[in-house]
Every structure is written in structure tokens, then in C-alpha cells.
Design a protein around this ligand. Structure first.
Ligand code: NDP
Ligand code: A1CAB
Length: 268
């Protein structure tokens, strides 16, 4: 795509999106510009990917046809006020922040703007992101399709009602952290049993990847897939019983619910 894609803020999520769209071939490096205050920290990204980098948010805002705001949620209002007078009239603003609504963005701009609210996750960096998105008024059908294609290039993208964004944060925005913790814990257990740590991460991560793929591709109930691993009197049922004793499912439900609750609190 030929449109200029700008990023204000280029930390964990901004970098994951830039890597994802470039590696997927959705756009090319000369069409990407990014800013952060500590521009020295962008030199590696510039060297590795060839994107333009700057310390000047207004430069990004002036040039962008699609403008990602990739700063922390509490900075959205001040960053928008800094750049709103130079943003192109037809620009599409992309809001990826937890707890920032479509109407919050319009309020900070002080006028109606074309906004895409998206909730991505860091696996976007490797083409396996899960992204929810919804739109404000004012985007044409073509623009909506273009945004679905942009986010689709990061993995999977689905249009979701804005009221479900708190749930999305729990199930996909924040959940990679929980899943990394599970991989780490599984590895700890087998390191205890004698496996070298690097090999343990490889086995645990591939087991998680394969299990996720089975859920996605078979359409089978996760419980049925679990049952198919449990040989009568075997090793897996011992694992399942111990996990239930330790409250694994309840721990997961509580952890995901806590992220959802925090997102609701951040909506203010
Ligand atoms: N991390 C994740 O997994 C996900 C994050 N999000 C959302 O993405 C957004 C960014 O999060 P994340 O990437 O994790 O945060 P990071 O702290 O990793 O990145 C924030 C970036 O903003 C920059 N920044 C801070 N102040 C300014 C400013 N005034 N002008 C320009 N740039 C600035 C920082 O650089 P510097 O200090 O050099 O300016 C940094 O590059 C948040 O709103 C979050 O809710 C959404 C989904 C998942
Ligand atoms: O922790 C956060 O607030 C952000 C939003 C979803 C993932 N990271």
C-alpha cells in the first residue's frame, strides 16, 4: 500500500506492529515513519528495517495518512493536543490503547475524526497476532477494508463491537503474558527433571503452538481434545487431576477477569 503510515510512540506494541506489517509485505519501509522522545532507541529499528525515525511527533502527524497513536493510554490526550492542528484532514487515527474509546479520541481532537479502535497483541511481531477492531463514523467501506487488511497482515483481525473491547483485552491483548508464564512454568518443571532449559522452552512452546492450532483447525471442543490425550491410568490424567487440585482453571479465569476488570476501570 502506498499510504504513509505514521507511529507516535514506538515501544513494545508499536515495534511489534511495524515488524509485522513490514514482514508481511503489507507496506514498505519508505512508507513508514515513527517518533518517540528518545530517538536514539529507534536507530536499531531504522538500521534493521529502513523506516524513517524522528523525535518530532508533529513531523509524523503531518505526513501520516494512517496515524497510529502507540503511547501509553494516559498520554493520548496530551499527544493528540500536541499534533491535532497538523494532522491531515482525511487521516485515519488508530487508537490501540487500553481504556481509550472512539469518543475519547474525538473529544481530544475537539472535532469528529476518522478513528479505528484496535486491540492488538505482541505476537503481531511474528505474524500471529489477534486483533479486534471497530470504527468511528466517517470511514468509507474501502477504508474499513484497508484497515482490516492492515491488521489481518499481523495475523488475524476481526471486527468486534466496542462494548466487547474489555473482554478482548483479557482474552488476547494481555493474555500472551499469561501464556508466557505457563511456558516458563512448564519449563521449570522439566528442568527439574533434567532437561536443559533452552530445550525445555522449545518443547513447551511447540506444545502450546500445536495445541492452539488443533483448537483453531479442528473446531473440536477443547475438553474433547484434552480427553484424547488422557490414556486411562496414564500420565496425563495424573497431570489433569493435579492441575484441578491446584485450581488451574480457576486461576486462569481469575487472572483473565482481573485484566477485564482493570480495562473497565481504565475506561473511567
Ligand atoms: N504491550 C502490549 O502488549 C500492548 C499494548 N497496547 C497499547 O499500546 C500502547 C503502547 O504500549 P506499549 O508499546 O506496551 O508501551 P511502551 O512503553 O513499550 O511504549 C510507549 C512508547 O511511547 C513513547 N512515548 C512516550 N511519551 C511519548 C511522547 N510524548 N511522544 C512520543 N512518544 C512517546 C515511548 O518512548 P519515549 O519514552 O522514548 O518517548 C515508547 O516508545 C498502550 O496504549 C497500550 O495500552 C495494546 C495492546 C497490547
Ligand atoms: O497491559 C496493558 O495495559 C496493555 C494493554 C493490553 C496489553 N498490554
Amino acid at each position: 500500500m502506498e499510504k504513509m503510515i505514521g507511529f507516535i510512540g514506538m515501544g513494545n506494541m508499536g515495534q511489534a506492529i511495524v515488524k509485522g506489517i513490514l514482514e508481511a509485505g503489507f507496506t514498505t519501509a519508505e512508507n513508514v515513519i515513527a517518533s518517540r522522545r528518545n530517538v536514539d532507541l529507534l536507530q536499531e529499528l531504522h538500521a534493521d528495517f529502513g523506516i524513517r525515525v524522528t523525535g518530532d511527533n508533529k513531523e509524523v502527524a503531518r505526513e501520516a495518512d494512517i496515524l497510529f497513536l502507540a503511547v501509553k493510554p494516559h498520554l493520548y490526550d496530551s499527544v493528540i493536543k500536541e499534533v491535532r492542528d497538523v494532522v491531515k484532514a482525511e487521516a485515519i487515527i488508530v487508537n490501540i490503547a487500553a481504556g481509550v474509546s472512539l469518543s475519547d479520541i474525538a473529544e481530544s481532537f475537539g472535532k469528529p475524526v476518522k478513528v479505528v479502535r484496535a486491540m492488538p497483541n505482541t505476537p503481531a511481531a511474528v505474524g500471529e497476532g489477534m486483533v479486534a477492531l471497530c470504527f468511528s463514523e466517517g470511514l468509507s467501506k474501502d477504508e474499513q477494508e484497508e484497515m482490516v487488511a492492515l491488521f489481518g497482515s499481523l495475523g488475524k483481525a476481526e471486527i468486534v463491537e466496542e462494548r466487547l473491547f474489555d473482554a478482548v483485552i483479557g482474552v488476547s491483548g494481555s493474555s500472551p503474558a499469561l501464556l508466557f508464564m505457563v511456558i516458563e512454568a512448564m519449563a521449570d518443571a522439566v528442568v527439574k527433571a533434567g532437561m536443559p532449559r533452552a530445550q525445555a522452552y522449545q518443547f513447551a512452546a511447540q506444545a502450546m503452538l500445536g495445541s492452539a492450532k488443533m483448537v483453531l483447525e479442528s473446531g473440536a471442543h477443547p475438553g474433547a481434545l484434552k480427553d484424547a490425550v488422557c490414556s486411562p491410568g496414564g500420565t496425563t490424567i495424573e497431570m489433569v487431576v493435579k492441575a484441578e487440585e491446584a485450581g488451574l482453571r480457576n486461576a486462569v479465569i481469575q487472572a483473565v477477569e482481573a485484566a477485564v476488570a482493570k480495562s473497565i476501570e481504565m475506561n473511567g
